[in-house]
Design a protein around this ligand. Sequence first.
Ligand SMILES: C=CC1=C(C)c2cc3[nH]c(cc4nc(cc5[nH]c(cc1n2)c(C)c5CCC(=O)O)C(CCC(=O)O)=C4C)c(C)c3C=C
Ligand SMILES: [Fe+2]
Length: 435
Amino acid sequence: MTENSTKTAGTAAEATGDSAASEADAPAVALSRRRLLGTVGAAGAAGLVVGGAGGAFGAVAAQDDAPKLSTVGASEVAFRADRRTPQAGITTPMQARCHLVAFDLAPGAGRKGAAALMRRWSALAEKLMAGKAPADDSGVALDAGPASLTVTFGFGHSFFGRTELTARRPMQLDPLPSFSADALDPKRSNGDLWIQIGADDALVAFHALRALQKEAGDTARLRWQMNGFNRSPGATAQPMTTRNLMGQVDGTNNPKPSDEDFEERIFVGRDADQQWMRGGSYVVLRRIRMLLDTWEKKSRAEQERVIGRRKADGAPLTGGDEHTAMDLNKLGPDGSPVIPADAHARIAAPESNQGAAMLRRPFSYHDGFRDDGAPDAGLLFMAWQADPLRAFTQIQRKLDRGDALSPFLRHEASGLYAVPAVEPSGYVGQPLLEG
Ligand SMILES: C=CC1=C(C)c2cc3[nH]c(cc4nc(cc5[nH]c(cc1n2)c(C)c5CCC(=O)O)C(CCC(=O)O)=C4C)c(C)c3C=C
Ligand SMILES: [Fe+2]
């Protein structure tokens, strides 16, 4: 139930450069090579379905007049399956681009207006993710396929008051506590409705954002919007965990779908009080600006001690490669821990937090330069979990008390959203809005 199937059209050798690959098996080969080692890549790859991504701007290999697409362009992520599944965009491998957008319901829209909007938005998202153009299309995404487009919908705390559904608001949506390093801008935080759009092509991502905004009509008003990016597929010789704008390999010690406790950590259980959230997840969003001018003045050795891992390959300072477990007990010749007591990876690790863990799926952002010339850049930190109190809040509280990375960060915006599962039919949130 954690995996969103990935469909793809496109030819073998085109994508892999592997002339030995056969037409039939190549898309799977190409995708698994590119994505298997990605931050949450195993999930997407495990759910591979090889099929055709047809549609108005999708590839239809059999049609002579249809545009030919690379495997990147033609890769399609399913919006829904034939059973209740988590929405796409949670375990889907991270795409190269993202737009995050929050809306507030217009006065008077109420539950009826919200339901109609979610019905329209879900239909549109399903169409776009299949590589099909909406009516009156702008043409922005012409020539491209779905490019792994995902559209993920969430509901914020304030949504439930606006729709008179407070009795069905899960306590997991209770506002996050304040942290000492917070410098939060309320205008760029929270919101009734939240959408995460991800795609491996910038035009496809923008096209979806614009189409969804237009579809909101008079029912919901845009509250804030953020843009993020990650490395482009195929940019590195082999698939790698992504780097953030501090240059660190970021995402190594994420929970993996193959972990025994992955489901219970990331997705809401079958016995949850709020039935409509069963199989869903909660996402915490933090727009975290990096103080890069200060960070970049530190030596590589100092930077590595801040995290507890090597910059070159993400390996723990206690040795091995990127995926070797940290040895938190190892002491150096001077008797002090090799991974310092205030190292970010030590303080955030499950071992330091009663086993708490969450699925981090962040995007970098760069919004130009501030008046003092410092980059307005950092991380759109997104963490997925079954219970934010036991995961994000627990870990952030600990980080707040003495993380060596915190002096280089400013948390400038925050959001917490309930992201329900998607049913085999109907629209996202229907069990909440009509249940
Ligand atoms: C509250 C949770 C977390 C925030 C906020 C956070 C911000 C943040 N992190 C990095 C860079 C790295 N984080 C790494 C590991 C890591 N971080 C968190 C949590 C938060 N990070 C966790 C739970 C972990 C995993 C710890 C473990 O189990 O080992 C790493 C190391 C590599 C990795 O495992 O991903 C880096 C690098 C930045 C730059 C940042 C804010 C901008
Ligand atoms: Fe971190």
